[in-house]
Design a protein around this ligand. Structure first.
Ligand code: F6R
Length: 609
């Protein structure tokens, strides 16, 4: 949620980095953006409502040139989407600040600062940072100490970058709860919320830790203190992120690219189990001990990651025979819970920084849960760092706001976990059927991708409809949920999902010839039940769009459209059946002309409540 960048570049225009970096961080928020640059003619700020490209053009038109600057791309939390609310925020023509996160006590700070005579121009929480720093700076002229003093008063989560107009070659950054890294170049230094913003400029990266405050010059880190206030050193690592993975290449959208990357992403993740075997060590050093100790599992996640958890419950209970409970993280964290030290708390998150999930984990730990496992796609992000055990999916960078390959790789991880626990708990002696299912999975996904031309023919029918219903049963019900979420997220068509057996208990009332009903109907033990539910829809004049396997005698007719994957893949069928619902949402979005990669009101990384 919101992305920040900053840089000091001795020999180049900082604007080039700021705008490029912000474009790469747009997935974190894209309602407005801005930069502040120290130029020969003083501090210049450009802000625009809308995409970074608009702000970039404005900066070009104004001919902004300078060596030190900061930038921000926003997902509005405090205050509407307006230019005055866009960052950077400036105080006294001296201090400029960009901020990702939320200052929870901003109201008290605002009152305090208003009492000192500061006039607020925005409704944001961030403006208190600018004025608080300014107030201290007037007295000390020491930017580092000033930021340190200001941060000591803030409650909440933040990553900030601060520059002072009279210190043209300095920047101070601070991190608490939101991601922030420093990129080291030759005679230049960069900061960003995410490594994707800097890898085109440098690969030498320092990941700051919570509570760190650092003073930067073009030569790198001049000073760094940790959360205790002591001087600390942070070692740089070389980022392996490939630039190609951050580019669209031949694709029209990142979502399309990421859907098509799934055979590889899934193969890369499955390789962990296929190479090493289904062994606890894949989940961390202490995993064997932990897996032997636990008597149940609680999974906490949000959105698409929550649906992967719902799918995993079926595998964990049937393959590993371990009681599994799945809960939306934002709900869990605000209720009384009964902690069980023998329960493994699993968090699932593509980004690893979703605040609701992070806080749910902290809450679980505070209530007495001792064992935790994070399943995450971003190395060293907040959730893995706070967890006892970690499994990194190998989806690669996911940039489209709608999660696709992160979901299917989470499913691979969770399937691998179920088989591993099944072995540890003595329910599996021969895992060959599971490894061979994983080995075939990339091909099965490829076959599902090949259905795209057929799916395209359905898209225009959905594009005209105000609503759609998604049905599934058993382990395919979470895939129906995921299909509905993908559709509503990127096409703005209202979509709901139900277990098909629930239809007659209420939602059947919605069915008429204007309500397309998507059914996930693979050839499994529930097929006859699903077919009976489909009859209930047909009898009410509903139009069915069925994703199925070959040889399952679901007959197509005028109002029953069927697309079949080439074979029923058994236990991994939910992963294969995810592909058609992703493609359906994608093509409906194309028909409607919506912004596939940046749907309205959303952002990829949700670091606010
Ligand atoms: C939907 C989507 C979101 C995320 C959710 C959790 O396509 O991407 O629902 O799944 O915001 O995000 P992570 O997995 O980063 O915790």
């Amino acid at each position: 949620m919101c992305g920040i960048v900053g840089s000091i570049r001795t020999n180049a225009n900082v604007v080039e980095f700021l705008t490029d970096g912000l474009k790469r961080l747009e997935y974190r928020g894209y309602d407005s953006s801005g930069i502040a640059v120290q130029t020969d003619n003083g501090l210049k700020r450009v802000r625009r409502v809308g995409r970074v490209a608009l702000m970039e053009q404005a900066a070009k038109d104004k001919g902004i040139y300078g060596h030190t600057g900061i930038g921000h791309t926003r997902w509005a939390t405090h205050g509407g989407v307006t230019e005055p609310n866009a960052h950077p925020h400036i105080s006294g023509d001296l201090i400029s600040v960009v901020h990702n996160g939320i200052i929870e006590n901003f109201e008290a700070e605002r009152t305090r600062l208003q009492g000192l005579g500061y006039v607020f121009e925005s409704q944001t929480d961030t403006e208190v940072i600018a004025h608080a720093v300014h107030d201290n700076y007037k007295k000390t002229q020491d930017l580092f100490t000033t930021v340190q003093q200001a941060c000591a008063n803030f409650h909440g989560a933040y990553a900030i970058a601060v520059i002072a107009n009279d210190k043209p070659s300095q920047m101070v950054v601070a991190r608490m709860g939101c991601p922030l890294l420093i990129g080291l170049g030759k005679g230049e230094v960069f900061i960003a919320s995410d490594v994707s913003a800097v890898v085109a400029f440098t690969r030498e990266i320092i990941y700051l830790e919570d509570g760190d405050i650092a003073q930067l010059t073009a030569d790198g880190v001049a000073k760094l203190i940790d959360k205790t206030g002591k001087t600390a050193t942070r070692t740089a690592t070389t980022s392996q992120v490939s630039l190609a993975s951050l580019e669209l290449g031949a694709y029209s959208h990142f979502m399309q690219k990421e859907i098509y990357e799934q055979p590889k992403a899934v193969a890369d993740t499955a390789e962990i189990f296929l190479d090493a075997g289904f062994i606890p060590q894949n989940f961390g050093k202490n995993a064997e001990q932990v897996f032997k100790e636990i008597d149940s599992i609680k999974i906490l996640a949000c959105g698409t990651s929550y649906y992967s958890a719902l799918t995993a419950k079926y595998w964990l209970e049937s393959i590993a025979k371990i009681a599994t409970d799945v809960e939306i993280a934002s709900e869990y964290r605000y209720r009384d819970v009964i902690a069980n030290p023998k329960q493994l708390v699993i968090t699932i998150s593509q980004s690893g920084e979703t605040l609701d999930t992070m806080e749910a984990l902290k809450y679980a730990q505070s209530q007495g849960h001792t064992h935790s496992l994070a399943i995450c796609n971003v190395m060293e992000s907040a959730l893995p760092r706070a967890s006892e055990l970690v499994f990194y999916t190998r989806a690669g960078a996911e940039i489209g706001v709608a999660s696709t390959k992160a979901f299917t790789t989470q499913l691979v991880a969770l399937f691998g976990l179920a088989v591993t626990l099944g072995k540890v708990r003595g329910f599996i002696s021969d895992d060959s059927e599971y490894s061979s299912a994983l080995r075939s999975l990339p091909n099965d996904i490829q076959y599902a991708l090949n259905l795209e031309p057929q799916i395209t023919t359905w898209a225009s029918k959905f594009a005209e409809k105000p609503s759609a219903l998604f049905l599934g049963r058993g382990i395919h019900y979470p895939i129906a949920l995921e299909g509905a979420l993908k559709l509503k997220e990127i096409t703005y068509i209202h979509a709901e999902s139900y277990p098909a057996g629930e239809l007659k208990h209420g939602p059947l009332a919605l069915v008429d010839d204007n309500m397309p009903v998507v059914v996930i109907a693979p050839n499994d033990n529930l097929l006859d039940k699903v077919k009976a539910n489909m009859q209930e829809v047909s009898a009410r004049g509903g139009e069915l769009f069925v994703f199925s396997d070959l040889d399952n005698n679901v007959e197509a007719s005028d109002k029953v459209h069927v697309i079949r994957t080439p074979r029923h893949v058994g236990v991994l069928s939910p992963i294969v059946h995810t592909i058609p619902v992703q493609l359906l949402a994608y093509h409906v979005a194309l028909s409607k002309g919506t912004d596939v990669d940046k749907p309205r009101n959303l952002a990829k990384s949700v670091t606010v409540e």
